[in-house]
Unconditional design. Structure first.
Length: 375
């Protein structure tokens, strides 16, 4: 009888451990879109469902999304500034093409797009060795690294012809070229405006998912919530007004940072973690503040910001630079708070009405009217 009880206990223990292991597994593909999401997007394309279809047409007609895209590179060294600044626009366009062709593969099922995305990733994996330690190196790693990881995640889990050798080369490039730059940024005491931290974290979290690295994933979440950096949810957005750390700088960078924070939240959401609700939906408050001001409301409150570095605490008025120039970051966040959760975002919705359908942006997932129209 004792042996029988022990057997039952052992069976239960194995079952619990199995459930726990399952809970720790990442969802793949799962950086911003799951297989279910892509099935929905495929139906939008096939059925020409609006308003998403109009945004899809903008994607389809973007030259970077073409299966016949001609690479500028690959390059051994890439940089946004310094000696190799001449590679900036060229490599950014190549990486956008890898990202957009990966999406086109999933929403059209045309393998030519998967082949093009893989061609770009493999070419750079075979060639790229260095991101020089220039001022903008962390921005490069964050902005361009995200596109690479997103595309690699899709191809790994949906494109059967990709080989283990090809995946290993791409993985080696991500780990050996891009992640050390982000790790160095994390190790350095805070010194930048907040968009830098959020941009690096969106890529670090994406890489964690691609690499099945739970420790990296937890580190990204901890940064978002707790880091001593301007690029966290608590340090980038005011709890009382929604003012942005960069509101006194310009409106473009304020939106850049908000877009990166939303991307982090959506990545985590697809893995079952809710960062959107952090600090009483602080992200929603930031979007409403920026949308309200950029729609023309001069009555938004503004106070001189005391940032964590002490370097950006002299802006005494909200900046008019870039005011009214909206970038495509609003559909993703609105979809979560208003559609999923039923929370009001009146100013954000007014922006959406103004700019819909969302188009391309070099530094954001973009095409949100299409890409974030699912569950």
């Amino acid at each position: 009888m004792t042996a029988f009880k022990n057997k039952i206990l052992l069976t239960c223990l194995i079952f619990v451990l199995a459930l726990n292991a399952k809970a720790q597994n990442f969802i793949h593909p799962g950086v911003l879109h799951t297989r279910e999401d892509f099935d929905h997007l495929y139906r939008v394309v096939q059925q020409k469902t609006e308003p998403g279809y109009s945004s899809y047409l903008l994607l389809k007609n973007n030259l970077r999304a073409s299966a016949s895209y001609k690479m500028n590179g690959p390059y051994r060294t890439i940089s946004r500034d310094g000696e190799y600044a001449w590679t900036k626009t060229k490599m950014e366009t190549d990486f956008s093409a890898a990202y957009l062709n990966a999406i086109m593969w999933m929403v059209t099922k045309d393998a030519a797009h998967a082949q093009k995305s893989l061609q770009i990733l493999e070419a750079y994996a075979d060639t790229l060795t260095t991101i020089p330690a220039t001022n903008d190196a962390p921005l490069l790693a964050g902005l361009e690294g995200f596109k690479i990881v997103y595309a690699a995640e899709i191809l790994k889990y949906t494109y059967k012809p990709i080989t283990p050798a090809q995946l290993q080369k791409i993985k080696k490039m991500i780990i050996g070229v891009f992640l050390p730059v982000i790790d160095n940024f994390y190790k350095t005491p805070a010194y930048t405006n907040g968009n830098w931290g959020s941009i690096n974290t969106k890529t670090y979290m994406a890489a964690a998912i691609f690499l099945d690295n739970r420790q990296m994933y937890k580190k990204a979440i901890d940064f978002y919530n707790n880091a001593n950096d301007n690029g966290t949810i608590k340090n980038y957005i005011s709890a009382t007004t929604g003012q942005i750390q960069e509101s006194g700088r310009d409106q473009g960078h304020s939106q850049l940072g908000l877009g990166a924070l939303t991307t982090i939240c959506e990545e985590a959401y697809k893995q079952g973690d809710d960062l959107y609700s952090a600090l009483d939906n602080r992200l929603l408050k930031g979007f409403e503040y920026v949308a309200r001001y950029n729609l023309g409301d001069d009555s938004v409150p503004f106070t001189t910001w005391k940032d964590v570095t002490g370097k950006y605490s002299e802006w005494t008025v909200i900046s008019t630079q870039g005011r009214g120039k909206f970038i495509p970051i609003y559909e993703m966040v609105y979809h979560h708070y208003a559609i999923r959760k039923g929370l009001p975002m009146p100013y954000t919705f007014k922006v959406i009405e103004k700019i819909r359908p969302e188009d391309f942006d070099r530094d954001q997932p973009a095409f949100g009217t299409f890409l974030f129209s699912g569950k």
